[in-house]
Design a protein. Structure first.
Lengths: 961, 192
C-alpha cells in the first residue's frame, strides 16, 4: 500500500462514515469515479466496518469457518466473548439458519460446571416467547460443546442507539417488547442478569428479541445461588477489552455489591435501557469499571438529559425502575407496560401543544401504548403509524386510482387481549389451519380468534380502530374473503359456510369433512380440499352443489390438494406444490425439483409472483399466468412467520400489496416431552428437531421416531440414558416406525423407493440389514400400525385412491388382506394386549371417532363421541384405551365390557402438543406419563405484523417480468 | 513500587540522545508495573478469579498514567513506548504459551508467573493482529500506534486521544478504518 493511496482511502472512508448507511454506496461511487479498484477496496472496508466497527470484539475465526460440526455448517462469524464464540450456521437437517455458541474449552472440560450448565440450559430451552431468542438445544460433536440458538437478523439495540437517541414512540415500541419478553421469563422464574442494549436484537421488521437469556448465570463459575462479587459479569467484562464498561454499566446496585439478585435486577437494567434509548447515553458512566460501579452505587442518573418531549409518567416509570434499593423498585416488569401506557395517555393531554422531536402526532402513538397496556378491550385492535397519519389517506388515494408512495412500511397490530388469534388446537383434530385473511383491496382483516376456549371470527376494517366479533361464526376456522370483499368463507366443524361482511346470518354451503384450506375464485365457486385434502372439490356459492374437480394422480406426483388458492380470472387453482388448470381440470406439479412439503400454501400475487412457504420462510418466484408456471428460481423474501404443522401459514396478502402475518416460526419443529395426568410437562434433553411419528419400546426405555429432515429417517432415542440417539436407517425415506411386540427386538417401518411403498423390518440393534415384509406398488402411502401380541399379524394402513384403509399382513402366509376397508377413512389400528380386539379411527359417521372391533369379525363398539377423536392407544394391561381429541387426551376404561356406553370417557390431560400425520403420542408402560411433541413456538399470538406496499419490496428482491 | 517520574524523564532524555540501553530500562519500568499489578490480582486469584491478559495490561497502563507525572512531550513519548512494550509483552507471552502447548520455547518477557485465562484462539489472534499490524505500520504509523493503544493496551478513545494529542473524533475515525483494514487482512490471512 503506498501512503498516497492510503490517504485517499482514508479520506473517502471517513467521509462515507459521516453519511447515512443507505447513502454510502452512491457516495462511494461518486467519490471513486473511474477508479474501480479504489471503490472495491472501500466497499470491502465499509462492509467490514458495518459487520463490526471494532477490531477488538470479533476477529475472523480461522478454525471453524467453513467447517461442519455435527450437522451444522458454519457460515460465518457472529461474535466472540467470554461465553464462547458465536457463529452463523446452517442446520443442514432442518435447512434453517441458526446461531451456534461454542463453549470455551476451559468450560467444556470441567464436568461439574458442564453438568450445571446443562441443567440451566434445559430450563432456558423451555422459554418460548416471540421477544426472546430461543435456545434450540445443547449439542456435542468433534470434542466441542455448543448451544444451538435462534438466529436473529438485524441490528442490536446498542448499534441502533449509536446512531442517536430513539424518538419516544420508537423507544416505547422497543421497550414494550423487551418488557413482554422479560415478563414471560420472570413468570417462569428465569432472570436474565446481563440485560443490556448489546443483548437486544432488533430485526429488520422491528421485532425485538432478547438474546442470551439466563446464560450469564448458566456460564457462571460459582455456586448458582448468588452472583459473587466481581463475578461472573465483571470477570466476563474484563475478558473482553472494550466491553468492560459496556457490561458493568447495566449492573444493578445489588449486583455491583455482589449480593443475591432477583428479577428486580432485570428491571433495573430495563430502566437503564429505556433511559439510554431516550437520551442516547448511559445513565452511569465511568472511566473504569470501578468508577462505573461506584456511580451505580452512589449517583443519580442525569434526569435533565431526558428530552422535554418525554411525558412525566414515562420519566416516573424510569425513576421507579432505577431505585437503588430493590425493595423500592418496580416489582413487576408487567407493570412497566401499564406505566408506559399511562405515560402515553398523559401525552394525549399535551398532544396539541408539543409534537415530539420528529414531529410525531401523539394521538397516533396512543393506540400502540394502549395496546401495550393490554387494555385491548377498550382500545380494540390498534395500529401504530410511524410518522404521520397518512395510512387512511394513502388507502383512499389508492382506491381512487392515484399512485401511492412506493415505500414498504412496517407496523404492528395488537389484537385485543381477550380475543387473540385462535391457537391451532381448536381446528379439527388439533391441526393448525390458517387463521388470518385480508380482503383483496387490503381494507378488511378477518381472523379466527379465541375467547373462553371457543373460536369465532373477528373483523377489523383497517380504516377503523374497532375489532368486532362476527356473530354466528362460533367454532369457525380458516376464513377467506370473496374477490369483491363482501363475503367471508369459512369452515365450522365439517361444514363450509359463508357470511356477509355487512352482517346477517351465515349461510351453509355444503358438507366439507376434514378440510385443509379453501379459496373463493372469480368464477363464483369456492374450491376446497376435504377428506384430508385427498380431493379438490368446488361448490357454487349460490347453489351449493359439490363437484370433485381433481383427485390425486400418482404418475404426476400429485398426492393431495392442501391449501388451494385460486388464480385470478378463473384460470385455475394453486395448491401444495401443484397447479390445477381450468377449465381443462389438468393437474401438474409446480416445482419438480422441490419436495411438496417445501412448497406449502402457495399464493399467486397480482405483482406477477407466486409465493410459498418452506418452513417459516416465505419464498417468491416470478410466475407466468399464461402457462401457469414459475419463470425463475424461488428466493427467500420474508422470514420468521408462524407456520403450522401441516403447512398452513399465518399470513395473508392482499391484491394491493398489504401483507399481514403472525411472527413466529415453524410449528412442526419441536421436541419430545413427557406429560402426566396432571398435565405437568417434563422436558427431555433432546434438541428441537422435525420429529415425526414415534413409538415407545415395550420395556419403556427407548422410543423410535421418524425424523423428517430433508429426507426422513428413523432414529432410536434412549429415555433412560438420554444420550445421543442412534440412527437405524441406512436408507433415505424411511418412516412410521413401530416396535415388534414383547422384546422389541425389531423395528417395523415403511419406506418408499421410486414412488413405490413397502414395509420393512430391521433388528433394533442393527445387527442385520432391513428386510422387506410387504410391497404395495399401487399405494399412495402405507404405514405399519400394530403387531398382534404373538407377533404373527401386522396391521397397516394403506392410502388407496381416495381414503385410508386397514390391512392385515399374516407372517405365516405372507399375504396382506383388507381388514377395515370401507368407503371412508379407517386407520390408526391397534391390537389390544390380549390380541382379541382391534381399536381404530374411522370417519364413517362423518367425523373421526374411535371404534373397537373384536378380532376378526365379532362385536363392534363405538368408543368416542362428538367428533375429532383419533389415535387410540391401549394401556399395557388392556383395561384402558386412550385417544386424542385435538388438544385433549381422553381415556375409556374397560371399553370392551358390554356395559360400556360410547363417550363414557374421562379427560386425561390437555395441552397444545403437535399433531402430525401419523402416531404423535404414546403411553409409557406405567400408564401415568405420555410422550408428546411440544412445539418450539407455543406462544399465543397476540400481535400481527403488517407491511404496507410490500410488493415494492418484493419486486426489488425478486424482479418479475 | 511507585513509578518515578524523574527516572522516566531521565531515561527518555537518554533515549532521545540515542542511548539504546535506556529503552531496556523503560521496558523494565513497564514490566515491573505489570508484575506488581499481576501480583495484586493474584491476591484476588485466591478467591477464584482469573483475569485476562488484555485487561491486565490496561489496568497496568491506567496505573502508570495515574502515577506518572511527566511533562506533555515526555508523556506522549513515554506512553507511546509503553504501549509498544506492552504489545511486545503480550505478543511474547502469546507466542510462548502457544509454543508451550506445542512443546517448545519460552518467552523472553514472561507473564507466566500469573495464571491468565486466555484461550489458544485468543493467543493466536494476538499474534495474527501483531503480524498484520506490522504491515500497517509501514504506511501509517499514527494509525498503528492507535491500534497498539486500543487493541493491545485496551486504552479508550479518550485516553488514546490525550496521549497522542489528537481529537477523540480523529482517533475514532482512524480506529474505525484501521479495524476494518486489519479485519480484511486477517480474513485474507485466515483464508490462506
Amino acid at each position: 500500500m503506498n501512503p498516497e493511496r492510503w490517504a485517499r482511502i482514508k479520506e473517502v472512508f471517513c467521509a462515507a462514515l459521516e453519511r447515512d448507511e443507505k447513502e454510502r454506496p452512491d457516495f462511494i461511487e461518486a467519490a471513486c469515479g473511474s477508479d474501480v479498484e479504489l471503490r472495491g477496496e472501500l466497499e470491502l472496508l465499509l462492509r467490514e466496518h458495518s459487520l463490526a466497527p471494532d477490531l477488538r470484539s470479533p476477529v475472523k475465526p480461522r478454525d471453524l469457518a467453513g467447517r461442519t460440526i455435527a450437522h451444522y455448517r458454519i457460515l460465518g462469524d457472529l461474535g466472540h466473548g467470554g461465553m464462547g464464540d458465536v457463529y452463523r450456521a446452517e442446520d443442514t437437517n432442518l435447512s434453517r439458519h441458526v446461531a451456534i455458541k461454542v463453549l470455551p474449552d476451559v468450560f467444556a472440560s470441567d464436568p461439574e460446571r458442564l453438568a450445571r450448565f446443562e441443567r440451566e440450559a434445559k430450563v432456558l430451552a423451555s422459554l418460548s416467547h416471540p421477544n426472546i431468542a430461543s435456545i434450540y438445544g445443547l449439542e456435542q460433536a468433534d470434542g466441542k460443546r455448543f448451544l444451538v440458538l435462534e438466529l436473529v437478523e438485524g441490528q442490536t439495540l446498542a448499534q441502533r442507539i449509536a446512531k442517536g437517541p430513539l424518538p419516544f414512540e420508537e423507544a416505547i415500541g422497543v421497550c414494550r417488547q423487551i418488557a413482554e419478553g422479560l415478563e414471560a421469563a420472570h413468570e417462569k422464574g428465569i432472570i436474565h442478569r446481563d440485560l443490556k442494549p448489546a443483548n437486544i436484537q432488533i430485526t429488520p421488521v422491528g421485532n425485538v428479541k432478547i438474546l442470551d437469556f439466563g446464560l450469564a448465570r448458566a456460564f457462571q463459575n460459582q455456586s448458582p445461588e448468588v452472583d459473587q462479587p466481581h463475578s461472573p459479569t465483571i470477570t466476563d467484562a474484563m475478558t473482553r477489552p472494550g466491553m468492560a464498561l459496556g457490561t458493568a454499566a447495566y449492573m444493578s446496585p445489588e449486583q455491583a455489591r455482589g449480593k443475591p439478585v432477583d428479577k428486580r435486577t432485570d428491571i433495573w437494567a430495563f430502566g437503564c435501557i429505556l433511559y439510554e434509548c431516550l437520551t442516547g447515553k448511559r445513565p452511569f458512566e465511568g472511566e473504569t469499571i470501578t468508577e462505573t460501579l461506584a456511580a451505580i452505587l452512589k449517583d443519580e442518573p442525569d434526569w435533565d438529559a431526558l428530552p422535554a418531549s418525554v411525558p412525566g409518567k414515562a420519566s416516573d416509570l424510569l425513576r421507579r425502575c432505577m431505585k437503588k434499593d430493590p425493595r423500592e423498585r418496580l416489582r413487576d416488569i408487567g407493570d412497566a407496560a401499564i406505566e408506559i401506557a399511562e405515560a402515553g395517555a398523559e401525552t394525549v393531554g399535551e398532544t396539541a401543544v408539543r409534537p415530539g422531536r420528529s414531529g410525531i402526532k401523539w394521538n397516533l402513538v396512543i393506540p400502540l401504548l394502549l395496546g401495550a397496556a393490554l387494555i385491548g378491550a377498550v382500545a380494540g385492535l390498534l395500529i401504530l403509524l410511524k410518522t404521520r397519519p397518512s395510512f387512511l389517506a394513502e388507502m383512499i388515494t389508492k382506491s381512487a386510482g392515484r399512485p401511492a408512495p412506493a415505500i414498504a412500511r412496517r407496523m404492528s397490530i395488537r389484537l385485543p387481549q381477550e380475543w387473540p388469534l385462535a391457537p391451532v388446537g381448536l381446528a379439527p383434530a388439533g391441526v393448525g389451519r390458517p387463521a388470518l385473511a385480508i380482503s383483496p383491496d387490503g381494507l378488511q382483516l378477518a381472523y379466527a380468534g379465541e375467547h373462553d376456549g371457543e373460536t369465532q371470527l373477528y373483523k377489523r376494517r383497517l380504516d377503523s380502530m374497532k375489532v368486532e366479533p362476527i356473530p354466528g361464526t362460533s367454532g369457525a376456522y380458516n376464513p377467506f374473503f370473496s374477490p369483491d370483499g363482501k363475503w367471508i368463507g369459512f369452515f365450522v366443524g365439517n361444514q363450509l359456510k359463508k357470511i356477509s361482511t355487512d352482517g346477517g346470518q351465515p349461510i351453509l354451503l355444503c358438507e366439507a369433512i376434514n378440510c385443509y384450506g379453501g379459496t373463493w375464485a372469480d368464477d363464483g365457486k369456492i374450491y376446497f380440499a376435504p377428506h384430508e385434502a385427498s380431493r379438490l372439490c368446488r361448490v357454487s356459492v349460490e347453489v351449493g352443489v359439490v363437484e370433485t374437480v381433481a383427485v390425486p394422480d400418482k404418475s404426476k406426483g400429485i398426492a393431495g390438494f392442501w391449501w388451494p388458492h385460486a388464480f385470478p380470472g378463473g384460470k385455475g387453482v394453486l395448491f401444495r406444490n401443484g397447479v390445477l388448470s381450468l377449465p381443462a381440470k389438468k393437474t401438474q406439479r409446480l416445482f419438480n425439483d422441490r419436495d411438496s412439503s417445501s412448497v406449502e400454501d402457495p399464493k399467486y400475487l397480482s405483482s406477477g409472483h407466486i409465493v410459498f412457504w418452506t418452513d417459516s420462510r416465505l419464498m417468491a418466484a416470478p410466475f407466468d399466468l399464461g402457462r401457469l408456471g414459475p419463470t425463475g428460481t424461488p428466493r427467500v423474501v420474508l422470514e420468521g412467520v408462524r407456520t403450522e404443522s401441516f403447512g398452513g401459514t399465518q399470513c395473508a396478502i392482499s391484491d394491493e400489496g398489504t401483507l399481514v402475518f403472525v411472527p413466529g416460526q415453524s410449528g412442526s419443529v419441536g421436541r419430545p416431552v413427557l406429560v402426566n395426568w396432571r398435565g405437568e410437562v417434563e422436558v427431555l434433553p433432546f434438541p428441537q428437531d422435525r420429529y415425526g411419528s414415534f413409538r415407545i419400546s415395550p420395556d419403556g426405555t427407548k422410543f423410535v421416531v421418524q425424523i423428517a429432515r430433508t429426507s426422513s429417517q428413523i432414529w432410536i432415542y434412549d429415555l433412560v440414558l438420554k444420550g445421543a440417539p442412534r440412527r437405524l436407517s441406512t436408507e433415505e425415506k424411511e418412516g412410521q416406525p413401530i416396535w415388534t411386540p414383547r422384546d422389541g427386538s425389531r423395528i417395523t417401518f415403511s419406506a418408499v423407493e421410486d414412488g413405490s411403498w413397502s414395509i420393512y423390518w430391521r433388528p433394533a440393534d442393527r445387527s442385520s440389514e432391513r428386510q422387506r415384509l410387504i410391497e404395495r406398488k399401487g399405494s399412495f402411502e402405507i404405514a405399519p400400525e400394530s403387531w398382534s401380541p404373538d407377533g404373527q399379524l401386522l396391521s397397516f394402513r394403506d392410502l388407496g385412491a381416495t381414503d385410508w384403509d386397514v390391512f392385515i399382513f399374516n407372517r405365516k402366509s405372507g399375504e396382506a388382506n383388507a381388514y377395515l376397508a370401507h368407503d371412508f377413512n379407517e386407520w390408526g389400528s391397534a391390537f389390544s394386549p390380549d390380541g382379541d380386539w382391534v381399536a381404530y379411527t374411522s370417519d364413517e359417521s362423518g367425523d373421526y371417532e374411535v371404534y373397537l372391533q373384536q378380532y376378526p369379525h365379532g362385536r363392534k363398539v363405538q368408543v368416542s363421541t362428538g367428533g375429532g377423536n383419533e389415535e387410540p392407544v391401549w394401556s399395557r394391561d388392556g383395561r384402558k384405551l386412550f385417544y386424542r381429541n385435538g388438544r385433549r387426551w381422553l381415556c375409556a376404561t374397560d371399553p370392551t365390557n358390554p356395559k360400556f356406553s360410547p363417550g363414557d370417557c374421562q379427560l386425561v390431560f390437555r395441552g397444545d402438543f403437535i399433531n402430525i400425520s401419523g402416531l404423535d403420542y404414546d403411553v409409557m408402560p406405567d400408564g401415568q406419563r405420555f410422550l408428546v411433541l411440544q412445539s418450539a413456538d407455543t406462544s399465543s399470538p397476540g400481535e400481527l405484523h403488517v407491511i404496507l406496499n410490500w410488493f415494492e419490496e418484493l419486486k426489488r428482491l425478486v424482479p418479475a417480468r | 513500587m511507585q513509578v518515578k517520574s524523574d527516572e522516566i524523564t531521565v531515561l527518555l532524555r537518554r533515549l532521545r540522545q540515542g542511548d539504546e540501553g535506556a529503552a531496556d530500562e523503560l521496558l523494565r519500568v513497564v514490566y515491573e508495573e505489570l508484575r506488581r499489578i499481576a501480583h495484586a490480582y493474584m491476591g484476588r486469584e485466591a478467591a477464584g478469579h482469573t483475569l485476562q491478559t488484555t485487561a491486565l495490561i490496561h489496568e497496568a497502563w491506567l496505573r502508570l498514567a495515574d502515577q506518572t507525572r511527566l511533562d506533555w512531550r515526555d508523556r506522549i513519548h513515554f506512553f507511546g513506548i509503553a504501549a509498544q512494550m506492552m504489545r511486545r509483552v503480550l505478543v511474547d507471552h502469546a507466542r510462548a504459551r502457544l509454543a508451550d502447548k506445542r512443546g517448545a520455547g519460552a518467552a523472553q518477557l514472561s507473564l507466566d508467573w500469573i495464571e491468565i485465562e486466555a484461550t489458544p484462539q485468543k493467543l493466536e489472534e494476538i499474534l495474527a493482529v501483531d503480524e498484520v499490524l506490522s504491515r500497517l505500520r509501514e504506511f501509517d504509523q499514527q494509525q498503528a500506534r492507535i491500534v497498539e493503544m486500543r487493541y493491545f493496551v485496551g486504552m479508550t478513545v479518550g485516553e488514546t486521544a490525550t496521549v497522542l494529542e489528537l481529537s477523540p473524533r480523529t482517533v475514532d475515525r482512524e480506529w474505525a478504518l484501521a479495524s476494518a483494514w486489519l479485519r480484511t487482512e486477517l480474513s485474507r490471512k485466515g483464508a490462506e
